[in-house]
Write a protein that binds this ligand. Structure first.
Ligand code: HEM
Length: 482
């Protein structure tokens, strides 16, 4: 590549240092930036990757020259027949994105506010059961609420009313993020020898299908074999879509909005006049709903977990936030616009970016970026930690300090990247921000969040698809006088 960077080993490249780093792979990229500068190269297997933390170069890649960089590096073990936003490229991605973008419009989100609020109320009822002086781990309650919100907003399924259906969904989504040993080995093979991906993916896919079939059809087999959660989820999402097509739904939810944009519903309803280009086919509908479920649930729950950790460990900032919230409590339109609340969330995501791993691009057409000539097929990754902790981008108050007010000043557009950047940024960002704000406001209005003995000592993170707390978030809560 003609760039400096860590010396690769034969066959594995720099994979060992990256995945064996004492913190996590994203922290390893930041260590390398410290040694080799804002642009350097490293290898996963024999695949070269350019790592960049210069915001001007990133601005060109993610925004100005987006037409040269509309693809992402395929995820390890990504099935080739998956047709969702994360996996698609070029015109296929453009069409899907333009069909789905209106699903997350401010008006559509407004219709979902009451549903989200009800799910937060369910969480508050669970929190009411906690004893004031007893420390507890809040993460599973937040995960459950986030899943409740997604199942409700995506399918109209209520976690408390439809326990039989929703609990397995919840468990399966949890399992997707817990890699089995077999899956970890295949993932490493896929990363190191991507040329043989058809083998790794086929082995993974067909063992999963056989396991699902044995699990469901052979008596007593479910005691010995657990099914692959991805296969299970895809199968059951498909069943829900079939049911919805048969029986319809009066409420507007994500699924209904997207069904209206599919080919089949186009034929069924002659009144709609969406252009032939702007449609989704059946597979795209299924795979995107599945992606929303996975992409939306863990990320929002993890962000809320970090927010609660920060609240417990920063009492002055908590008091400031409460003060702002109490002035408009009950008025949705005002809550969404609260300034300090916005800064607080931004600062938390600066401190703890959730998914740096997926913010990457692949070059589709040779071009010049700053001093670099980038060839077609080159993989670009972002070192998000170096950006988020850069003194020049986030000073003068040290980026090591939690200081929400730093967002009062306008920062470089490519300095803060928790939701990615440019036309291919996170499509669910507004939805996630709404969910996070509504949850925080209700929680803080009701409780004071306090640290416990384990809050700091047990705090640790691990990176898989997302960087999430490993040992939970341990806190105490104290009900406020009303
Ligand atoms: C705090 C919560 C969330 C975080 C931190 C987050 C983060 C991200 C990031 C970093 C990307 C990659 C952007 C890029 O490459 O520039 C992304 C993409 C995406 N996210 Fe999110 N996300 C969150 C919530 C959600 C939710 C709630 C949904 C859906 C309901 C969602 C659906 C997606 C989809 C479909 C993509 C792919 C977009 C594309 O390729 O066009 N995310 N997200």
């Amino acid at each position: 590549m003609g760039l400096s960077g860590p010396v690769p080993r034969m066959f594995l490249g720099n994979a060992v240092e990256l995945f064996n780093h004492h913190q996590h792979p994203s922290a390893c990229l930041a260590d390398w930036t410290h040694r080799f500068g804002k642009t350097y190269g490293y290898f996963i297997g024999h695949t070269p990757i350019i790592c960049i933390s210069d915001p001007d170069m990133l601005q060109e890649i993610f925004v100005t020259k987006f037409s040269h960089f509309h693809s992402r590096r395929p995820l390890p073990l990504q099935q080739h027949d998956l047709r969702h936003l994360l996996a698609s490229t070029g015109d296929e991605w453009k069409r899907q994105r333009s069909v789905m973008q209106p699903t997350f419009s401010p008006n559509k989100l407004k219709e979902m506010r009451a549903i989200i609020d009800q799910c937060v109320t369910n969480l508050i009822e669970k929190l009411d059961e906690q004893k004031a002086e007893v420390e507890f781990d809040i993460t599973s309650l937040l995960q459950r609420m986030s899943m409740d919100i997604l199942l409700n907003c995506a399918f109209g399924i209520n976690l408390s009313k439809h326990e039989k259906l929703s609990v397995p969904f919840f468990q399966r989504c949890l399992q997707v993020f817990e890699f089995s040993f077999f899956q970890t080995i295949l993932t490493m093979c896929s990363l190191i020898v991507p040329e043989l991906d058809f083998i790794w993916v086929t082995v993974f896919k067909y063992t999963s299908i056989v396991r699902l079939w044995l699990h469901d059809h052979v008596p007593y087999m479910n005691r010995f074999i657990d099914t692959d959660p991805n296969t299970w989820l895809l199968y059951h999402v498909e069943q829900i879509i079939k049911q919805r097509r048969l029986y319809g739904n009066e409420r507007i939810d994500l699924l209904q909005s997207m069904i209206e944009a599919t080919d089949a519903s186009q034929h069924a309803s002659s009144q709609t006049s969406t252009s032939p280009k702007a449609r989704l086919n059946q597979d795209e509908l299924l795979h995107n709903i599945y992606l929303f479920l996975l992409g939306g649930y863990e990320t929002a729950a993890t962000t809320l977990a970090y927010l609660i950790f920060i609240l417990a460990t920063h009492q002055n900032e908590q008091a400031h936030l409460l003060d702002e919230i109490e002035r408009v409590y009950g008025d949705y339109d005002q809550i969404i616009k609260l300034e300090y609340l916005d800064w607080f969330i931004q600062e938390t995501l600066r401190f703890f970016p959730i998914a740096p791993f997926i913010v990457n691009r692949q070059c589709n057409k040779e071009c010049q970026i700053g001093p670099l000539k980038i060839e077609r097929g080159t993989n670009i990754t972002v070192d998000m930690y170096s950006l988020h902790y850069d003194d020049q981008l986030f000073g003068p108050v040290s980026p090591l300090k939690f200081y929400p007010e730093r967002f009062r000043n306008k920062r470089h557009a490519l300095a803060w990247l928790p939701f990615g950047a440019g036309p291919r940024n996170c499509i669910g960002m507004r939805f996630a921000m709404l969910e996070i704000k509504l949850a925080l406001v209700q929680i803080l209005h009701r409780y004071k969040i306090l640290p416990g003995e384990n809050t700091l000592s047990k705090f640790d993170v691990q990176e898989r698809f997302v960087i999430a707390p490993t040992n939970g978030i341990w806190i105490r809560i104290e009900r406020r006088e009303t």
